[in-house]
Design a protein around this ligand. Sequence first.
Ligand SMILES: Cc1cc2nc3c(=O)[nH]c(=O)nc-3n(C[C@H](O)[C@H](O)[C@H](O)COP(=O)(O)OP(=O)(O)OC[C@H]3O[C@@H](n4cnc5c(N)ncnc54)[C@H](O)[C@@H]3O)c2cc1C
Length: 496
Amino acid sequence: MRMPEPDGAVIARKRAIVETLRTLVPGPGGVIFDEDELRAYETDGLTAYRQIPMIVVLPSSTAEVSAVLRYCHDEGIKIVPRGAGTGLSGGALPLADGITLGLSKLNRILEVDYPNRCVVTQPGVTNLGITRAVEAEGFYYAPDPSSQIACSIGGNIAENSGGVHCLKYGLTTNNVLGVEFVLMDGTVVRFGGKHLDAEGYDLLGVVTGSEGLLGIVTEVTVRILRKPATARALLLGFPSSEQAGDCVAEIIAAGIIPGGMEMMDKPAIHATEAFVHAGYPLDVEALLIVELDGPEAEVEHLIERVDAIARQQGATYHRASAGEAEREAFWSGRKNAFPAVGRISPDYLCMDGTIPRNRLPEVLARMREMSERYGLRVANVFHAGDGNLHPLILYDANKPDELARTEAFGAEILKLCVEVGGVLTGEHGVGVEKRDLMGAMFDETDLKQQQRLKCAFDPDQLLNPGKVFPQLHRCAELGRLHVHHGKLPFPDLPRF
Ligand SMILES: Cc1cc2nc3c(=O)[nH]c(=O)nc-3n(C[C@H](O)[C@H](O)[C@H](O)COP(=O)(O)OP(=O)(O)OC[C@H]3O[C@@H](n4cnc5c(N)ncnc54)[C@H](O)[C@@H]3O)c2cc1C
């Protein structure tokens, strides 16, 4: 995987850059430049790729973020934003000649506003921290990535993160009302706010999912919801993944939108049960966890309907949670599926693609064939209701060629997602992981249009370069790349 060539001239100025940054971010531990300390930032959740950053800077306020960006803008220094570093597509992978801008010190909840049903928070607060701040009053923040105990709300916005309850309550983009955003030249702007709908273009929509390429989120306003009166979860076991997939489609077709509907295949069930002891059946090929929430009478009615649909689809195991502790135990298995799989393999690569729900059985069958062909095991965890797949490909990085084979297997899965009418990513973003596959989904015209948007925010391409786009264009040249007699213009432009 290629990244932009580091600029030796910038690296040579490291000492002077550190001195300036210390004046801009004067607090203790605000600037990190010692190699041993920098190593803590060399990777994110996509640990297959590592790079020690030139410098890490940890501002404590919007004003400090703005000052750092303005300085880097004027000096032509690249910036890689970083929240909690749990991203799975390498979005926070550092650059050798870049500054990693960590937002972890911006970690205060600024306001809880019940009349407007929203929370205003700094970006370094964890996803779960928002729910913790309002749960005593019976509220919660709905999008719940499995990493919610650690990941930051700023990172959630940058990745448009999802979770098991997003089927009914929407992804991050459906729950964010406003942001304060610092542009690369240091300008501080606001998109959205406590009100619904934006004045003018939906720039909040543009910022959500922008993977740190357009600016830095320094404040966030999110919607909070009242906790449903009742929530119960059903465990449904099936003799085949295809039957479980059909059951998902039938539940939705019946007009039922569960609070969450997750699926795990046999390897994932066994790994999870051994780790968390959630009470999962071990003699089934696929397991669905279906949560119904709302008023008690409605939940009871829906549990019966879902159970009846599951029986029609051949379910051989049925168990409804009897109380809150059991419901949480059912979910604790699913939420710990990734670390559980980490216990049965030295390494794994977590893929993230989305398909139309009704193509699930076919995609599962083709993945099984690929697994045999590549000689690599795969454990499957899905946000089944959303058609969002998370195949975990198990490999051993110490075995020669195994990472390369794993990446080829993963790329084939993602291309299959596109082939059946889906998309390259569901919730983990493109980052570096899927960057070189963007051409499988978008043609040159699409990609150039997307880069024009990037250029409107960051014309010098200093924010997170090397991520998302398979080729760097200089903004002034966009749209004029023309090959004449086989001679590529601008041969100095990095192409990955
Ligand atoms: C065990 C595990 C389970 C996971 N489960 C889920 C899941 O269920 N659903 C899901 O969607 N994801 C999941 N993830 C992925 C990850 O947690 C999310 O993508 C999360 O939103 C990343 O947040 P972060 O704070 O760690 O961001 P980072 O990893 O630090 O950064 C992610 C991206 O956001 C940018 N960024 C971070 N903060 C800012 C900011 N303030 N302003 C601008 N750009 C910024 C970075 O440049 C980078 O491109 C999981 C990860 C792990 C390790």
